[in-house]
Design a protein around this ligand. Sequence first.
Ligand SMILES: [Zn+2]
Length: 98
Amino acid sequence: MGCRQVLAKRALVRIVRTEEGPRVDPTGKAAGRGAYLHALRSCWEKGLKGPLAYALKTELTEPDREFLRMFMARLPDEADEADLAEVKPDQEGAERPM
Ligand SMILES: [Zn+2]
């Protein structure tokens, strides 16, 4: 969204529009209009300036922005992009070698 960086799909965070406002959707399957942002702070800063509200077809209230900024604050910035691109498939639930 408004970003031409190509990153692994797992490096995307889905945001879904709910009646309570935009929420982060870790499953990627929640019902509702969704939008994707890279898990990078710089992308969220850009998204919050307009493209995110446009993609969700909603207005972001000040509490909505506050909520999204709190999530954004935990994301890595551009410097870690290389690491994000190499995120491996989720191993949870898989058998691990002894
Ligand atoms: Zn991006």
